[in-house]
Design a protein. Sequence first.
Length: 512
Amino acid sequence: MQIDRDESDIVLTAETANAEDLLVQAGEKYDRKDYKGAIELYTTAIKINSNDAIAYVGRGLARYRLADLPGAIADYTIAIKINPKDAIAYNNRGLARYDAGDNQAAIADYNQAIKINPKYALAFYNRGLAQYKLGKLPEAIADYKQALEINPNYDDAYYNRGLAYYDLGDNQAAIADYNQALRINPNAADAYYNRGLARYDLGDNQAAIDDYTSALKINPNDADTYYNRGLARYKLKDLQGAIADYNQAIKINPNTADAYIRLGLAHYDLGNNQAAIADYNQAIKINPKDALAYYNRAIARNDLKDHQGAIADYNQAIKLNSNYASAYIGRGVARFNLGDHKGAIADYNQALKINPNDALTYYNRGVAYSALGDKQKAIEDYNQAIKINPNDAEAYYNRGNAHSALGDKQAAIADYNQAIKINPNYAPAYGNRGNARYDLGDKQAAIEDYTQVIKIDPKDALAYSNRGLTRYDLGDQLGAIADLQKAAKLFQEQGKIDDYKQILQLIKKLQQ
């Protein structure tokens, strides 16, 4: 928001000569930021000539600078009463009313200033700011446009129009305005920062980083800029760079919970769950009502097998936000990991009430039903997951397992086929399709599937074991023993001693 000084010429008389000297002196004090001294001189000038509108405007300016908004408004009102054609007095009263939060009254004053002076760029600009505050973005843009038509080098008008375009979701128009603002004023840190925000929203993370870096060169102590550069670096998988930026933001502003949360996410992605938990602890210390911090800490605890701790955090997240579907899902996973399959299903039910179109929740509930032995309900949930997301290979795979468990090998094979079509390197799907084909008597096809598993994962001992047994059934004793020997070796290397011993006994039996 900008104000105007009234520098109109004064016609001197014997009566006003002394008052004019006082106005000059008051103006000098104002320019030196001695606002109290300026007010004293303006007040003295007013006592000499109570009809001097300029003196009231000057005193209003000084009072405004001291944040005495009621006093400033009172002075501008008197100035307007004395001179109803004083556009500057209307503009400045509008500014004081704007700062007092009365945007409608401010707009009324700017309207009057513009009516008096249709080429008053500052009044258009200030009215644009008030329109913006009221959420009237198209009107604000129109005012900034008008200001720019009057003054094409009005960098603040470009900048603020950019803000309005950004809020309307027009990032390209916002960037164009920030470009113009920076052309006029290359040292405008805010313009770099906000252009960075727009570029980030467009997915141009590197350009956003460049803008944030330019802003930091001008203003190296801005926590928000470090934080947002961290977000862009995180998007580019530069986790260490993101961590450095989040730490710098925290150094400048130690009470920014969001920076700790983002720091936690970066540490989590690096596999450092303990550091992530420490970060989330800090975020919760700053803001104990931040559901996201509890939720993220729960994920890290769950990864560390601290399922009870995870459940406690999910409970807290849900307490803070009863519609937090992801927290219900997470708690369901933690309960499932503790063997509480019914509790997991209850959580998935709650999540689906909140978001009935979440494929993952149907999938997870299907897994829980399957663990309880209810394969039919599991199939129903996998059906729903596949309906929502037809490219979920794991849903097809698990539905195939459920069909197989119910004895429907053909339906199982059809599901494994679909899983493999989506993911041609899905080794478990080949393995289980091989088992289903074996059960249906198509042993040669089963061997082909086990071979494919081995091709994808040469250390899959079970695939060698299954292929060996199938080869034996087909009369290929040498091939069978070779596969079983390979399986035994892999089981031994993997520390699966019971499986190793079992295969050795099987080989011994086949060799008799």
